[in-house]
Design a binder for this molecule. Sequence first.
Ligand SMILES: [Zn+2]
Length: 154
Amino acid sequence: MKKRGGKAKCLFCDFAQGISQKHRNGHSFSKLKETKNTLSFLSLDSPINHDAHILVIPKNHYENFHEVPNNIKHELSEHISLIGSFIKKRHEGYNILLNNGKAAGQYVEHCHFHLIPRDLNDKIKIEIWRRKRISKNKFEDLARRTKKQLESNF
Ligand SMILES: [Zn+2]
């Protein structure tokens, strides 16, 4: 789906098209940078102790990253890289986060990259999840199966 019809509302489409200038809680939407097909702006969800959590989106509506056309993926990549270098001048590091699907933590169904500034000991724990122990054989088997699935085009 490229664009949404009249019924379903999408906040990020409204931002991209200039229809809305407010976040859900009434805070002002502020555009940081715009290219032909992409847009960046401040997220409402800034981690504690941090100044800016930035979102980069395609202007047209695509729910998942794999649905974005390649030329726009390239444009997104350049935009993300620019914002990344901007953050890196002010912080020790940054995360690029992309959630696809509600199960993955995507709450606005319009593809968006999170750029989150990081510093040592900032107490942000997004990179931690429970890891399972896996034997060497099972790991190799999993790699074989995954590769086979990938090669047969899903
Ligand atoms: Zn949208």
